[in-house]
Design a protein around this ligand. Structure first.
Ligand code: NAD
Length: 324
């Protein structure tokens, strides 16, 4: 079985974002040539994305293309790649309820465009950022890849199901190997400011209350970004099957109130909680079975929740004046 060698060239869509820029750090360090396609979408402050890529720009193996995955004329002008890692998307469950059409446009049509690009250029390896949200509110935890994912409860989740389905079509018709990675609540350095841990830390540092929706009994399989990067890189080398989805998670869910307690201990600050009603689209729990990724990718998460929170808050401390 031939392995993809590290001197090959990856196209990373969304490579200026939270997960993408952490992935690019790792790829450049291990000898990949990397082209990033990102439109610096204003979903959150694009200055944060400029900061994420600031150390990539001078790297001789790095190219940045500022553009949109919906721009097919731009895609037609791009060169050849060995692997596509398609991370660009409108992220976030709650905002997708406010703006479902744009989520559909970027996440579904954009994914279709990237698959068409792979077909035209005969790029054989396509790694796709899917999400734990595809499991909806299924009470049968831990969630396995063999579970049916036909009952998403937010526009965002439905776009990720659609992406996996499109991937199956292209894998079947054109032999493009499609690996859908279902990320479970990712956190760590450069985390999106809209996500709970980042938002909570930001508010706690500034003595502001933190919004807690529901009674605090929700739980999440928080996964450190370094572990997600490990799983993505392994998927870039995966050769066994023409189509596969994998859960990428930690495997140890944390209750919301425990998460807050960890943050209080790490920061030495008592949280002021603003109790709010449950939000539509939110799921009560995410719990993954990661045995498939462990068996077939050799995926093995290494960072505990507590260590991850420490690394996140160290990163937060290094930013003297962060753009908001
Ligand atoms: P992010 O918003 O930080 O990164 C996404 C990047 O895509 C951004 O840099 C954005 O500018 C870019 N982008 C958006 N629309 C684009 C377009 N039309 N054309 C080109 N670029 C575009 O988000 P993230 O948290 O790093 O998420 C990366 C991927 O992982 C997304 O597909 C997201 O849905 C998925 N995911 C994330 C999590 C998580 O917990 N962070 C969980 C599950 C799945």
């Amino acid at each position: 079985m031939s392995e993809i060698k590290n001197h090959q060239h990856a196209l990373v869509t969304g490579g200026a974002g939270f997960i993408g820029s952490n992935l690019v750090d790792s790829l450049l360090a291990s000898g990949w040539e990397v082209t990033v396609l990102d439109n610096f979408d204003p979903f959150y402050n694009p200055l944060l994305k400029r900061e994420n890529i600031s150390r990539h720009l001078d790297h001789p193996a790095y190219t940045l293309i500022e553009g949109d995955i919906r721009d097919t004329e731009l895609l037609d002008q791009l060169g050849d790649f060995d692997v596509i890692v398609h991370l660009a998307a409108k992220a976030g469950v709650r905002p997708s309820i406010q703006n479902p059409t744009e989520y559909q446009d970027v996440n579904v049509k954009g994914t279709q465009n990237m698959l068409e690009f792979a077909r035209k250029k005969q790029i054989q390896q396509f790694v796709f950022a899917s999400s734990s949200s595809v499991y909806g509110i299924s009470p049968n935890v831990p969630w396995r890849e063999s579970d049916a994912v036909l009952q998403p409860i937010s526009p965002y989740a439905s776009t990720k199901v659609s992406g996996e389905l499109l991937g199956h079509v292209y894998s079947h018709l054109y032999g493009i190997r499609f690996i859908g990675l279902r990320f479970f609540t990712v956190f760590g350095p450069r985390q999106r400011p809209d996500l709970a841990i980042h938002k909570f830390v930001e508010n706690m540092i500034h003595q502001k209350s933190i919004p807690v929706y529901g009674d605090g009994s929700t739980r999440r399989d928080y996964t450190f970004v370094g572990d997600i990067v490990q799983g993505i890189v392994k998927a870039m080398h995966y050769q066994d099957s023409p189509y596969q989805v994998f859960n990428l998670a930690n495997g140890s869910p944390v209750y919301l109130l425990d998460m807050i307690r960890h943050l209080e201990e790490e920061l030495g600050i008592k949280a002021l909680i603003d109790w709010l009603p449950e939000q539509p689209g939110d799921v009560p729990q995410t719990v993954a079975d990661i045995s498939l990724a462990s068996q077939h990718l050799g995926y093995s998460p290494e960072t505990s929740f507590r260590e991850g929170v420490k690394k996140f808050s160290e990163w937060k401390n290094t930013l003297s004046r962060q753009p908001r």
